[in-house]
Design a binder for this molecule. Structure first.
Ligand SMILES: Cc1cc2nc3c(=O)[nH]c(=O)nc-3n(C[C@H](O)[C@H](O)[C@H](O)COP(=O)(O)OP(=O)(O)OC[C@H]3O[C@@H](n4cnc5c(N)ncnc54)[C@H](O)[C@@H]3O)c2cc1C
Length: 410
């Protein structure tokens, strides 16, 4: 096998390049991205890059030179348009056709757009690419009132940056609580209190029905009849995976993502899909899912490369994620869906607390706020699938590291 083509410009694509170099892959490698820059980190786009604390030079995952030394050809700013699986070629928008022996789709997703009346007005922004954040920066710097549609992580992070910059910030969330899809009501309550204390005006149960304005967005209307005036709107309402390249080539995919097996292979064994676009069965949780996290992009990329290089690598990494708001770090280990009880360690009012999600006495997941020891050790406890005494988890008289070590060696 001599020719490997990667499509993507995010964490997964960069990790494939790194892993190929580490594994001493000797074939021809080409990376194709429709973004004009080398693969970069997206998390800062709603955090330190938006606030201006870091500049564009800090975003690349690997410097351009690293691709050259790993013998990886870069085709940037050019879109892959179709795959011919019979011929094993990839067509690009600039007319080039690249032959491949193995193809890796690290194509991620795109920000879901508002679809209500007025959704096309200027002054409505999304945060998925560097271009998105660059495009909003001018308005962000001068806006006094910002309305954020969506109380998920991206919306909350943008809200935190905007408050620190002294803006009036309103969050409109359609569900009855922020972060409803991903955390327990107690954790939603923590973040509601945090943002309210920092001065954000949060409205839940408010579905956006219209964006009002003449040449640009000036107000957001909701189904309860409320009207929120704004100088600028940022919508963080989810991600749609980029499945079209795969589906048009007859590769099995759902709207939810491109189906892959435990080796990250699609229905065509010479084509892999990794990262935000991949729909897979997680062996630890025994259900199908798609994950939007750096950890997943990186770990799936490693598995795909190892499998291509002949190892029997299978993906079973424990999911983890983080979010930064007002200098407070949330670290999440595992997936909480299906939990039957929640154990709280620490003091939410002091902004230092860990929430452990339990099922049948075992730990499923943990949301750790300003609690690094709890995060590190929760990962071990979840992986070990131990029966756990909730009273021990709550016991703040002893360091968590010590408690976890005792449980793991019992
Ligand atoms: C604002 C923001 C904040 C985030 N914060 C966190 C965080 O705090 N922690 C965390 O773990 N995760 C966070 N994430 C999620 C994380 O960034 C993603 O999970 C990760 O980027 C996924 O990497 P990926 O390589 O799978 O996909 P992506 O990063 O989406 O990369 C896909 C690339 O493929 C390119 N592409 C797509 N189709 C084509 C085509 N046909 N031809 C050529 N190129 C194509 C795209 O333009 C893009 O460059 C955040 C995401 C965003 C947007």
């Amino acid at each position: 096998m001599t020719k490997l083509v990667i499509i993507g410009g995010g964490h997964a694509a960069a990790q494939i390049a790194t892993s190929l170099r580490m594994k001493k892959f000797e074939g021809d490698v080409t990376l194709v991205s429709d973004e004009p820059v080398v693969p970069y980190q997206r998390p800062p786009l709603s955090k330190m890059y938006l606030s201006g604390e870091i500049g564009a030079e800090r975003l690349p995952i690997l410097r351009e030179q690293a691709y050259a030394s790993a013998n990886i050809g870069l085709k940037l700013g050019v879109r892959a348009t179709s795959i011919d699986r019979a011929e094993k070629t990839l067509a690009l928008a600039n007319g080039e056709v690249l032959p491949y022996d193995k193809l890796i789709l690290a194509v991620g997703g795109h920000a879901r757009r508002l679809s209500c009346k007025g959704a096309d007005l200027a002054g409505i922004h999304y945060v998925r690419t560097m271009t998105d954040t660059d495009a909003m920066r001018g308005e962000f710097n001068t806006a006094k009132r910002i309305v954020i549609v969506g109380g998920g992580y991206i919306g909350l992070e943008v809200a935190a940056v905007a408050r620190r910059a002294g803006k009036d910030v309103t969050i409109l969330e359609a569900a009855d609580r922020i972060l409803a899809r991903v955390v327990a009501p107690e954790v939603s309550a923590f973040y509601t209190r945090l943002h309210t204390e920092e001065g954000v005006d949060i409205h839940t149960g408010e579905m956006v029905t219209e964006v009002e304005g003449n040449d640009r967005a000036a107000a957001v209307l909701t189904d309860s009849g409320k009207r929120f005036e704004s100088d600028m709107i940022v919508a963080g309402i989810g991600l749609s995976p980029n499945i079209e390249l795969a589906t048009s080539a007859g590769i099995t995919a759902l709207d939810a993502g491109i189906e892959v097996n435990e080796h990250c292979q699609t229905s065509d064994p010479d084509i892999y899909a990794v990262g935000d676009v991949a729909w897979f069965t997680h062996s630890h949780y025994g259900r199908t899912m798609r994950l939007e996290s750096v950890q997943n992009a990186v770990d799936q990329a490693k598995v795909a490369v190892e499998h291509i290089m002949g190892d029997d690598a299978a993906y079973d990494a424990l999911p983890w994620f983080w979010s930064d708001q007002y200098g407070l770090k949330l670290q999440i280990a595992g997936l909480s869906e299906g939990y039957d009880s929640l154990v709280v360690r620490g003091d939410p009012a002091a902004r230092s607390v860990a929430y452990f999600y339990m099922k049948g006495g075992k730990m499923l997941a943990a949301d750790c706020i300003g609690r690094i020891a709890e995060f590190i050790n929760a990962k071990k406890l979840i992986t070990a699938r131990l029966d756990i005494d909730a009273a021990l988890l709550r016991d703040e008289s002893r360091p968590f590291k010590e408690i976890a070590a005792e449980m793991l060696t019992a």
